[in-house]
Ligand binder design. Structure first.
Ligand SMILES: CC(C)=CCC/C(C)=C/COP(=O)(O)OP(=O)(O)O
Ligand SMILES: C=C(C)CCOP(=O)(O)OP(=O)(O)O
Length: 305
């Protein structure tokens, strides 16, 4: 990838490293739980991944707060969203959903631990995310009021009105014709909503006002949509090795995607437009340090994995 992105890649790698360090600490060895369940949870959490959503939590906290102190306070919330995202990928790969064999460059969770344990590992990751938010307030890292807002929004954006609703619509869409409007609903909910949550939660830790939170939401909505369209493009044109998962999966499952409805070139143009709209929202928000959020937007349009 073009070297113009070296700086933002380093920044994102630093944020991801902060999250990596805490992710397993959030799953303590002292827990008295069945070993296969613990192993199945750790397997997918430690499989890598871009750590995009937790990085958005930290980047938003820093952009609003203007320094790294806010980002450090947001680390448990960053772990919480990665727990939820990881659960969603484990369940998405199950035979009843996308039936995929590879994820993050490794065999999928159910291929290693069996379907029952994969479902339960996902359930445990989801549940534990809310514990992490509560603990962030209990340890004094964030205020109780912020933890309340963040838990409420986590439930909203990850649940039936958010990601789960989007995934349900995606599953139903596989069986019939999907219009542009339905497709936008699917992408906005199954993908944008966790990204919107991440930006708003980071913004809350950085003490954003309501106007800034609304603009961070607009940034997340557009970036999330662009990110999912890019994922659909990469499913057709990308390299399975780099992506760590199978390509041509949408075609095999007869999924209706943006490239299917619009063609690849028009989909790329749309990704560019959504990215510009996302950047405009960040500029309008008058954050203390918006630069990194702008750079991340540009970087994501050009990603190849
Ligand atoms: C409640 C659940 C299970 C939510 C899953 C949400 C989600 C974003 C799945 C991956 O989408 P995808 O299938 O388009 O991506 P990939 O190509 O990574 O499988
Ligand atoms: C929404 C989509 C496209 C699912 C995969 O998300 P990521 O591409 O962020 O997956 P990881 O890097 O976390 O594995």
């Amino acid at each position: 990838m073009d070297d113009q992105f070296a700086g933002i890649r380093t920044y994102l790698a630093e944020l991801a490293a902060k999250v990596e360090a805490e992710l397993t600490r959030a799953l303590p060895a002292s827990w008295d739980v069945p070993q296969p369940l613990r192993d199945a949870m750790a397997y997918s959490l430690e499989a890598g991944g871009k750590r995009l959503r937790p990085s958005f939590v930290l980047a938003a906290a820093e952009a609003v707060g203007g320094d790294k102190a806010a980002a450090n306070a947001a680390i448990p919330i960053a772990c919480a969203i990665e727990y939820i995202h990881t659960y969603s990928l484990i369940h998405d790969d199950l035979p009843a959903m996308d039936n995929d064999d590879y994820r993050r460059g490794k065999l999928t969770n159910h291929k290693v631990f069996g379907e029952a344990m994969a479902i339960l590992a996902g359930d445990s990751l989801l549940t534990h995310a809310f514990y992490l938010v509560a603990q962030a307030a209990r340890s004094g890292g964030i205020s109780a009021a912020a933890a309340l807002d963040i838990s409420e929004e986590l439930s909203y954006f990850a649940g039936a009105r958010g990601m789960v609703g989007g995934q349900a619509a995606d599953m139903l869409g596989e069986q019939g014709v999907t219009t542009m409007q339905e497709l936008e609903y699917i992408h906005l909910h199954k993908t944008s909503d966790l990204i919107v949550f991440s930006l708003k939660a980071g913004g809350r830790v950085g003490k954003a006002d309501d106007r800034q939170l609304a603009l961070l939401e607009a940034y997340g909505r557009n970036i999330g949509l662009a990110f999912q369209i890019q994922d659909d493009i990469l499913d057709l044109t990308g390299d399975a090795q780099k992506l760590g998962k199978k390509t041509q999966s949408d075609v095999e499952q007869k999924k209706v995607t943006y490239p299917y409805l619009l063609g690849i070139e028009e989909s790329r143009t749309l990704v560019e437009r959504l990215t510009q709209e996302a950047k405009s929202a960040v500029l309008e928000a008058e954050l203390a340090a918006p630069g990194k959020l702008l750079e991340i937007a540009d970087y994501l349009v050009h990603r190849d994995h």
